[in-house]
Design a protein around this ligand. Structure first.
Ligand SMILES: Nc1nc2c(ncn2[C@@H]2O[C@H](COP(=O)(O)OP(=O)(O)O)[C@@H](O)[C@H]2O)c(=O)[nH]1
Ligand SMILES: [Mg+2]
Length: 178
């Protein structure tokens, strides 16, 4: 009998950070996304108004459901829906973007991230620059007394996207064995 359990993962972070791209890169089936032309100037043409949704079939038993949650705070109702029964969290932060770090700071509180909740930080738009943004990311984590894995990634590259998911799965296994 097929005993498929679905685990819920949220991909969060400020607008344009790469949430939709990450979910599209990872999903085994067609993703649903609700991007529309933004009514306000957010520095890019399309913005996600609802949620992105995609699935990854890891094996016969595990199926990951990926929810990309809008970066703009007026959509916090959607965050509340995704927060319910969450199994893991991916927070994307845009390199060299103070607003994105502030958003991460806010989201760590909002999603009540603790060390026992599998969570990975992906720093996107990094482009191999030497900046102090990673310092800011680590400072933010220290402020929250969290010790989370931080990767620089390009969400457009499948290997990078997979690295985030594999780390999340490894963390979840670790947490469940404690
Ligand atoms: N240079 C660079 N561009 C990226 C990266 N990740 C995503 N993008 C691009 O950034 C834009 C916004 O990405 P999107 O996934 O729509 O962001 P979302 O608002 O978080 O869903 C798209 O044009 C992506 O192709 C990255 O790591 N580096
Ligand atoms: Mg999007």
């Amino acid at each position: 009998m097929n005993d498929l359990t679905q685990k819920k993962i949220a991909v969060i972070g400020s607008v344009g950070v790469g949430k939709t791209t990450l979910i599209n890169r990872l999903s085994n089936n067609d993703t649903i996304n609700t991007d529309v032309v933004s009514s306000v100037d957010i520095g890019k043409e399309m913005t996600t108004v609802g949620i992105d949704y995609g699935q990854i079939y890891v094996d016969d038993e595990i199926n990951l459901a990926l929810y990309g949650v809008p970066g703009q705070r007026k959509y916090s109702l959607v965050w509340d829906f995704v927060k319910e029964g969450l199994w893991g969290l991916v927070i994307l932060v845009k390199d060299n973007d103070r607003h994105s770090i502030e958003e991460m700071d806010y989201l760590l509180d909002y999603f009540s991230v603790k060390d026992d909740m599998p969570c990975v930080i992906g720093v996107t738009h990094f482009n191999n620059k030497v900046t102090n943004e990673l310092t800011l990311v680590h400072e933010c984590l220290r402020k929250h007394q969290l010790n989370l894995p931080v990767y620089t990634v390009d969400t457009r590259i499948k290997e990078d996207a997979l690295m985030i998911m594999n780390t999340l799965i490894a963390l979840a296994e670790e947490v469940s064995h404690v």
